[in-house]
Design a protein around this ligand. Structure first.
Ligand code: FAD
Length: 391
């Protein structure tokens, strides 16, 4: 069957859903989202959902500021629930990292973010269960927290549908058609063809494979980032705050049912490339133990917590750990991928920026740092930790 669409978006994760919503909001009609499995079945559904605001560049800070206000009033701004819990976020750094933290915070505050640098002991007033001893400073972001990436995806998808967007699940794009240097449409696994002058690659962990269908190479590595779940002991007390221990290399984020999600902050994802088809698979206790040891050093009171399970997550990582939001060398074929572990908290602003780019409007935040051709010269290197503090 041959059909036409104005815009085809490949991928029904939080990125694709947000782009569809924002694009429809700009008056674009005949938008088709194709998702090979089901909405949020990719990295989005495996995410930890932390929303912190510490970024070292004005553009990424601007993106997260614009996103946070959407999470805070998601029901009004979009519809549905974002599951946003503004419990606050603490970010612990070593003494050596403190100057970078001070610089990044000065920038944040100049852009209107509420954040303060605390002495380690002071931070225990906010969360008495963290261990301040190995820290040089702690950043406190009282308005940050975490949200529910699946719920946000559903909210955007439902709102997009209300604006006339068609979302088809269980439809895999298997070919991208071109005429010369222009995209002309896509083909699906069942042999359907959709003619379109604009195709957006929002395929997350599969974005390099989808780009290759169009003959485009993306500088993206899919790197493993496992998540571990522990059950706090009954005497732990009220849920803890979100705590990112950049000095010790772990994080904790509370979950309902007395659970805590935890993982590594040691920048080792790119050393562990992962086949995205393994997403969500079990992890071994052997893999969990060193991470749980770091978590327990960060929050000693978790020593009594019981390990429950874990899952294999992964990030789509660019060399500078920042997204690609741009047209590719194939005209009409756009990339919104390489989220590098930030794709949930930035998703409202990513959708907003992509909708502006696709309609030829000026984005609210400069798009320069997100251009694909920044990797044309020898790639600027980055790390996840540098995405907090700068290098
Ligand atoms: C373990 C983990 C923890 C994280 N923690 C955080 C965090 O604390 N804070 C934060 O901001 N971000 C976090 N992230 C990152 C964030 O969740 C992701 O960047 C974001 O959800 C990616 O969304 P996406 O829509 O770009 O990609 P995905 O969610 O991967 O969506 C891509 C979709 O494309 C579909 N697809 C692929 N190929 C095709 C095809 N050929 N045809 C049709 N459909 C296709 C897939 O099925 C998938 O549903 C985390 C991620 C993980 C995995």
């Amino acid at each position: 069957m041959r059909r036409t669409a104005e815009v085809v978006i490949i991928g029904g994760g939080v990125t694709g859903a947000s782009i569809a919503f924002h694009l429809a909001g700009r008056g674009v009609r005949d938008i088709l989202v194709l998702e090979r499995r089901f909405l949020a079945s990719g990295g989005t559904g495996r995410s930890v959902g932390v929303i912190r605001q510490l970024y070292p560049t004005p553009e990424t800070t601007g993106m997260v500021v614009r996103s946070l206000v959407v999470f805070q009033r998601f029901a009004d701004a979009v519809g549905g629930e974002a599951g946003y819990v503004g419990c606050g976020v603490l970010i612990g750094v070593s003494a050596g990292m403190r100057p970078q933290l001070e610089r990044a915070v000065a920038l944040q505050r100049s852009l209107g973010i509420r954040a303060e640098v605390l002495e380690p002991e002071e931070a225990t007033r906010i969360e008495p269960r963290i261990d301040p001893d190995a820290l040089g400073a702690v950043l406190y972001e009282p308005e940050s927290g975490y949200g529910d990436p699946t719920a946000v995806t559903m909210g955007y998808a439902e709102a997009a549908r209300r604006h006339g967007v068609t979302i088809e699940q269980g439809v895999e794009v298997t070919a991208i058609d071109r005429a010369g240097d222009r995209v002309t449409g896509i083909e699906t696994a069942s042999g359907d063809r959709v003619a379109a002058r604009v195709v957006v690659n929002a395929a997350g962990l599969w974005s390099p494979a989808v780009a290759r269908l169009a003959g485009v190479e993306l500088p993206i590595v899919v790197g493993r980032h496992p998540v571990f779940v522990v059950e706090r002991d009954p005497g732990f007390g009220p849920a803890h705050i979100v705590y990112l221990d950049l000095a010790g290399g772990s994080y904790v984020r509370p979950e309902t049912g007395g659970l805590t999600l935890t993982g590594s902050l040691t920048d080792d994802e790119t050393r562990h490339p992962m086949d995205p088809e393994l997403l969500g698979g079990d992890v071994s206790l052997e893999e969990a133990i060193p991470v749980l040891e770091r978590t327990r050093r960060a929050v000693p009171r978790l020593i009594e917590a019981r390990y429950r399970r874990g899952w294999a997550g992964a990030f789509d990582i660019t060399p500078d750990w920042m997204p690609i939001l741009d047209e590719s060398p194939l005209r009409g074929f756009y990339i919104a991928a390489g989220m590098s572990g930030h794709g949930f908290k930035l998703s409202p602003a990513v959708g907003e920026m992509m909708a502006a780019i696709l309609t030829g409007a000026e984005p609210a935040v400069s798009r320069e740092p997100f251009r694909l051709d920044r990797f044309a010269a020898p790639a600027p290197a980055g790390t996840f930790v540098a995405s907090y503090l700068g290098s």
